[in-house]
Design a binder for this molecule. Structure first.
Ligand code: ADP
Ligand code: MG
Length: 311
């Protein structure tokens, strides 16, 4: 039985995909990521790792569509999420095992294909918001919208992406097996891409669960001491990208509520992280959530990143 501090770590897109989308390129990026993670694992912390899959599942959907035929039918989105959990988990597990071995640490790592439960009544199904797949120009997006039923939206000033429904996770279907692995000192990679969305009756649905909310739900059910959300920035900012930009070291729930109202966090990128962090702090009472970058990770006890605390 583990008596270490349990920390759920959510990896952002930049931990997996840099500028080379080949398998080799992503494996290389994950080797760097593994080095940062092992720096934390060395500090006697029991980590449970989740990761995004937006670009990967988007590319997979494109491949599925391109080869679609009666003998080789395109797989639906839930199945594609399962496929990317497998491929990314395989890369990350190998990278971690390699780095752990190099550091002389036990190489107990497990990847779990994870289903996450959503409600069929979730209002998100009426209003798709979750970006999947590559960034397109406005012209390309408009053309796709004319030719198919797909919906495209502008994503935080970075281009246009396809959007699907993003229901809230209400339970982790595989909670018991994740718990068993954690209790036996395994580093667990799970809930990749936010998990495979399934209904309460266990049926897969065409949707994508936000990995930050899924990570929060996981941290909640595992009663983790901390939720760390890693992304492309060291800290969260007020007036992000503007002249009067202000980076936050520590912020409480009341302050964050006000900053959300003032529109400081972009929907679809920083807003879900902030909301997931707030949910975790609220539910777990005095526990802390941290939003920071992978590069700052090993140092997170020394006041890097943004700490989200209760009032
Ligand atoms: P991930 O792949 O880690 O989920 P996202 O691109 O979805 O990353 O979201 C993180 C990005 O959100 C940051 O890299 C930054 O560009 C953007 N962002 C939007 N608003 C803010 C803000 N207020 N403070 C910091 N970053 C912000
Ligand atoms: Mg994101």
């Amino acid at each position: 039985m583990t008596n270490k501090r349990t920390v759920v770590i959510a990896l952002g897109g930049n931990a997996i995909l840099t500028d080379d989308p080949s398998a080799r390129g992503q494996q290389q990026a994950l080797r760097q990521t593994a080095k940062h993670l092992v720096a934390l694992i060395k500090q006697e912390i029991q980590v449970v790792i989740t990761h995004g899959n937006g670009p990967q599942v988007g590319n997979l959907l494109l491949q599925q569509q391109a080869a679609n035929s009666p003998k080789n039918p395109a797989m639906p989105l839930d199945t594609c999420v399962a496929m990317t959990q497998g491929s990314i988990g395989y890369w990350l597990q190998n990278a971690l095992e390699e780095e752990l071995a190099a550091e002389g640490l036990p190489t107990k790592v497990a990847t779990l294909v994870t289903q996450v439960v959503v409600s069929e009544k979730d209002p998100a199904f009426a209003d798709p918001t979750k970006p999947v797949g590559p960034f397109l120009t406005e012209e390309q997006a408009q053309q796709m919208m004319t030719e198919t039923n797909a919906i495209f939206k502008e994503d935080a000033g970075r281009g246009w992406r396809k959007v699907v429904a993003s229901p809230k996770p209400i339970a982790i279907h595989d909670q018991a097996s994740i718990r068993a692995l954690v209790d036996n000192d395994f580093i667990v990679i799970c809930a990749g891409g936010g998990g495979i969305p399934v209904t309460e009756s266990g049926r897969g649905v065409e949707a994508v669960i936000d990995k930050d909310f899924a990570s929060e739900k996981l941290a909640e059910v595992l009663e983790a001491e901390e939720l760390i959300i890693l992304t492309g920035v060291s800290k969260i900012a007020l007036n992000y990208g503007k002249d009067n930009e202000q980076w936050l070291d520590q912020v409480n729930l009341t302050e964050l509520e006000q900053y959300i109202q003032e529109g400081h966090f972009a929907p679809g990128s920083m807003l879900p992280k902030v909301q997931a962090a707030m949910d975790f702090v609220q539910v777990s009472k005095n526990n802390v959530a941290i939003i920071t970058s992978l590069e700052d990770l090993a140092d997170f006890d020394h006041e890097t990143g943004t700490r989200i605390i209760s009032d």
